[in-house]
Design a protein around this ligand. Structure first.
Ligand code: NAP
Length: 308
């Protein structure tokens, strides 16, 4: 148990900082449910997939390559179907969309979990800063391509982060999505995570009047492969003090699993969740005009990408 966990009370959901993915799904049968999760081969994605499969869900587990997805799905036993989805490659994302459509499944939940963090130097895909492209644009193509496969009461869960607060003051730098005018690893990670949050909220507005829901999640701070680009000193400090102050992977996966399958979450939409409870994001995450603009700009980015 981390020191922090000892002092954090549970929220109104009955769960909290110390809850694990197994605990928040305890007693649920997910037989007959199909859930797609991106980034299934590592960290929170792998743990979420393991727990969802444990409860009988059919999980469509995506990874950058089919080999990685196959290995991860094999590791959690039966019930997981591997798919390739390299989020920085629109052709790969579209092929994943087609594969899901061919499979004919109705999706009960789409968990957009994959992500990269704080790349030390500016990298781009299709002229767009790579964290924004991978974390936001890739998922935008995936989710919008599968909206008509979402069940009537289907749920979209976007992995955001408390680091969305590190996005630029103006929110999204629409005039420099290439990142060319001044790249910072955390500022651009924050921008991509604010985009995940705005996307979840805009989607919730578009779902209004239906039983479909869309929420964004901050999973907590957990030592995973996400920190691969952090300086080695920071990684050393994390490995030493991590067990005392950080969530475990089992705890980190709880909020997204709760959002994806818990019956109590059936009518929660447009929320930002942390520790399995509704939390308050930074103010402009609730700006509908900003969210709408992000949606429209994302559509025009996607329209300009190669078809294959
Ligand atoms: N860990 C934390 O403290 C924390 C805090 C706040 C938010 N989050 C968010 O939680 C999510 C999961 O992170 P994690 O901690 O579980 O990290 P992780 O262990 O590094 O897992 C990230 C997953 O995303 C995949 N991925 C990365 N780039 C991709 C791409 N271009 N196309 C397809 N898949 C790609 C990775 O695949 P490879 O293994 O092949 O690279 C991996 O499966 C992320 O969205 C992250 O921003 C995490």
């Amino acid at each position: 148990m981390s020191i922090y966990e000892m002092f954090k009370a549970r929220g109104s959901s009955g769960f909290g900082y110390g809850s694990t993915a197994e605990e928040v799904s305890d007693g649920l049968s997910l037989r007959g449910k199909t859930i797609l999760i991106t980034g299934c081969n590592s960290g929170l994605g792998l743990e979420s997939m393991r727990v969802l499969v444990l409860h009988g869900a059919k999980v469509l587990g995506t990874a950058r390559t089919l080999e990685k997805a196959r290995a991860a799905c094999a590791a959690v036993g039966g019930g997981a179907v591997p798919l390739a989805c390299e989020l920085s490659d629109p052709g790969s994302v579209r092929a994943c969309v087609e594969a899901v459509r061919r499979g004919g499944d109705r999706l009960d939940a789409l968990v957009c979990n994959a992500g990269i963090m704080a790349l030390p130097k500016l990298e781009q895909a299709h002229g767009i800063e790579l964290q924004f492209f991978t974390n936001h644009v890739g998922h935008f193509i995936l989710v919008t391509g599968l909206l008509d496969r979402l069940a009537e009461d289907g749920r979209v869960v976007m992995l955001s982060s408390s680091a969305h607060t590190r996005a630029p003051r103006e929110g999204i730098r629409f005039d420099d999505l290439a990142g060319a005018k001044g790249y910072t690893p955390w500022g651009h990670y924050g921008q991509s995570k604010l985009a995940n949050l705005l996307f979840a909220k805009e989607l919730a507005r578009r779902f209004a009047g239906t039983r479909q829901t869309s929420n964004a999640v901050h999973p907590g701070v957990i030592r995973t492969n996400l920190g691969r680009h952090m300086p080695s000193l920071a990684n050393l400090v994390f490995s030493l003090v991590g067990p005392l102050v950080l969530k475990t992977v089992a705890q980190g996966a709880a909020t997204q699993v709760h959002a994806a399958v818990h019956p109590a979450m059936a009518t929660t939409s447009g929320a930002y969740l942390a520790d399995c409870n509704v939390a308050v994001p930074r103010a402009d995450a609730d700006d509908p005009a900003l969210a709408r603009k992000l949606w429209e700009v994302s559509e025009s980015i996607v329209a300009g990408l190669p078809a294959r």
